[in-house]
Design a protein around this ligand. Structure first.
Ligand code: ADP
Length: 403
């Protein structure tokens, strides 16, 4: 379900919830007002009985006393002793609450008839329960209206805010991406021009070196493009994995060879691959590991870096660890570095000369690994080391369990 449907659903749900809440509250208040009217009726019956036995006692005084006994004196009444003409229904015909309950409901004012032409007219003035009950829907309607309005404004503001952030991210991303593409493209162009000019025709070694650099730069561009493409496929849920048994030692060898050749600073590798195969898409796994090694190289001191690649089988997973003795990652940043566009740049000026990248590498690693049914982890101590772990489901153990 997309976001706007979700918001709409929430709104409808809250309106329904409020409607029913209103109904229930209204109903309970209505009940209360009925109860009050009934109490008033009973008070009159008792007062009338008392008046019947001693007619010297005034009915309205007795009635007031009765109301006080029932605790209703706080409600606002106006009691009038009235003479009732013949058109008014007389008490013998009207002794039960049910007889005039509809009058109570309709008029909010009722006359309690008494014998001998005397009666009490009880005006229920601003009976709180009644007032609240009748105003409740208005009140709730207004509250709901304001609530929805507030929610609408809040949602709009947050959408605008999110869009602004996204636009800024896109701008940064495009800038970083173009920046990253610019140098290999420039190298390619200069190299091609040099080769085309024929200046290197009699220097086969230099020519070969040029081809190598050009190939590397073109490869770099392709990697960048593939990474962005894979991430969009992942987001659209269209990534198809070509799963097979992947031999880890030759894969590690290949990566080591590539990085040793292209590293701009001394890099040494150590491997300990106890788990030798893993069930994965070889290309995506290679790209993920390549990202991790590339980061180890980028986020380390200029003097050099030592990278350890380890694999082991544990608890239903094959764990592949890439550890470096680089600058490390502060604990506060370890939670966010896997987010898209998230970067932590070293504060130290010596190490901090701008490191290229745009915060996509680890997000790529995490998403690809998740797509395999696995998970990623990081452990790091600033100034000492960083260790990233890719954990992929162990097919052999799963098969063993099934047998
Ligand atoms: P990018 O390298 O383009 O910035 P990544 O997603 O690969 O993007 O990495 C995100 C951030 O995580 C980096 O900016 C960096 O601060 C930190 N990081 C990643 N790997 C390492 C590492 N091996 N050592 C130290 N910091 C790292």
């Amino acid at each position: 379900m997309n976001k706007s449907n979700y918001i709409l659903l929430t709104l409808v749900a809250s309106v329904i919830a409020l409607f029913f809440l209103g109904r229930w509250t209204g109903m309970s208040l209505e009940l209360r007002s009925e109860q009050v009217a009934r109490h008033v009726h009973e008070a009159w019956c008792r007062a009338d009985d008392a008046h019947a036995t001693d007619t010297t006692l005034h009915l309205d005084v007795l009635f007031k006393e009765e109301l006080e006994v029932t605790g209703l004196q706080h409600l606002r009444f106006r009691l009038n002793s009235v003479k009732i003409d013949s058109a008014t229904i007389f008490r013998p015909a009207l002794r039960y609450y049910a007889d005039y309950a509809p009058l109570v409901k309709a008029g909010r004012t009722y006359v309690i008839p008494a014998g001998d032409g005397q009666g009490i007219e009880a005006h229920l003035l601003n009976l709180r329960a009644e007032t609240l009950g009748s105003q409740l829907y208005n009140l709730l309607g207004t509250l709901v209206g304001f609530g929805l309005l507030g929610l609408g404004i809040f949602t709009q503001v947050s959408i605008i805010h999110r869009q602004d952030k996204l636009a800024q991210m896109r701008e940064d991303f495009s800038y970083a991406m173009i920046h990253d593409m610019k140098s290999p493209l420039t190298t390619l162009l200069i190299g091609l021009r040099t080769l085309r000019s024929g200046r290197l025709d009699d220097k086969p070694e230099k020519k070969e070196k040029h081809f190598e650099v050009l190939e590397q730069e073109a490869g770099h561009l392709l990697t960048l493009t593939n990474r962005v493409l894979t991430l969009s496929k992942l987001e659209a849920g269209r990534l198809i994995l070509d799963l097979d048994e992947v031999e880890l030692p030759p894969l590690a060898e290949e990566l080591i060879h590539t990085f040793e050749a292209k590293a701009s600073k001394p890099i040494t590798f150590r491997t300990d691959l106890q788990a030798e195969t893993v069930y994965a898409d070889k290309e995506y796994l290679k790209e993920a590991l390549s990202n991790l090694i590339d980061n180890a190289l980028k986020y380390s001191k200029p003097e050099g870096v030592e990278v350890t690649i380890v694999s082991c089988r544990d608890n239903g997973y094959i764990h592949i660890r890439v550890r470096d003795n680089g600058i490390g990652i502060p604990l506060s940043a370890q939670r966010t570095i896997f987010d898209k566009f998230e970067r932590v740049l070293p504060k130290d000026k010596g190490e901090g000369k701008k490191v290229s990248g745009f915060g996509l590498g680890l997000n790529y690693v995490m998403n690809v690994v998740r797509e395999h049914g696995g998970y990623v982890g990081v452990e790091s101590v600033p100034g000492r080391f960083s260790e990233f772990t890719i954990s992929l489901p162990d097919r052999e153990e799963e098969a063993d369990k099934e047998e």
